[in-house]
Design a protein around this ligand. Sequence first.
Ligand SMILES: Nc1nc2c(ncn2[C@@H]2O[C@H](COP(=O)(O)OP(=O)(O)O)[C@@H](O)[C@H]2O)c(=O)[nH]1
Ligand SMILES: [Mg+2]
Length: 305
Amino acid sequence: MASGFFGRLKAGLSRSAAKLTGGIAEVFTKRKLDDAALEELEEQLIAADLGPTVAARIIKNFRSTRFGKEVSPQEVRETLAAEIGRILAPVAKPLEVDTAKKPFVILMAGVNGAGKTTTIGKLAARYRQAGLMVMMAAGDTFRAAAVEQLQVWGARAGAEVVTAPANSDAASLAHDALARAQKAGADVLLIDTAGRLHNKTALMEELRKIIRVIRKLDESAPHAVLLTLDATTGQNAVTQVGIFKDMVDLTGLIVTKLDGSARGGIVVALAEKFGLPIHAVGTGEQIDDLRAFDPEEFARALVGE
Ligand SMILES: Nc1nc2c(ncn2[C@@H]2O[C@H](COP(=O)(O)OP(=O)(O)O)[C@@H](O)[C@H]2O)c(=O)[nH]1
Ligand SMILES: [Mg+2]
């Protein structure tokens, strides 16, 4: 299973890796590591979405250990993978569901299209497979299609979906859903939300209100506040974390669409900048395309090892 996952992740990240390693090969074919080479490498790292801070740190490391030496692209890749793995290791934390909470409440935030609803469906399936009773709240009440989409995932995963009529208050729906989940003795409640970032104040108020009203039923809820990010948006994902962090106390991230994206490097930038746990990564649209985040494998896949 691990090798299957790695194969899939590697395939998914092949475009990111091609971008990064293609650049490295160009810079380093039979070449001494001098200032010009380091500068070019730094540009490649930034172009691969690792972010300026990570790029600078990697360059500093290369400079202190290899300056003036002839370096092969293979050596550069290995050093990069090791450095990236070190940056990712502290944030790779699976989401632990505390089954003493009945239910363990997960609030899912993120902009439209990031993959919130899909990820909720995948998480629900995973928890069902682990034998947990799962419920979901269709908190994106603005779009009828969003509610239907969650119902499809509910049917697939085997989880009840609590809905409300279109345009009704998301917070009162979340409240109802938690009350029902408590009554039913559910283990996990996943709350979907809208992601209309063009109206930041309204979105912030909505998310905060959801949290306020569910705390009337369970002071300790929500037990996780996750932000779903679309890797293909590149540096924009960094901006989004900043915005959502100001709205709510995020407890972790899920990065989607790493399959076929050329921007997998963004995960490294996110890890370095925020230090928030990265609980899982999305590698496709299917129900089992959600994987625990393994820093070493990710680092190796990213450099095309
Ligand atoms: N390729 C790929 N597509 C994804 C992934 N996660 C979600 N999607 C797709 O992205 C689109 C938006 O997802 P959705 O869950 O509706 O986003 P939401 O608006 O945040 O709820 C849908 O077409 C999903 O199938 C992923 O990991 N990989
Ligand atoms: Mg949605």
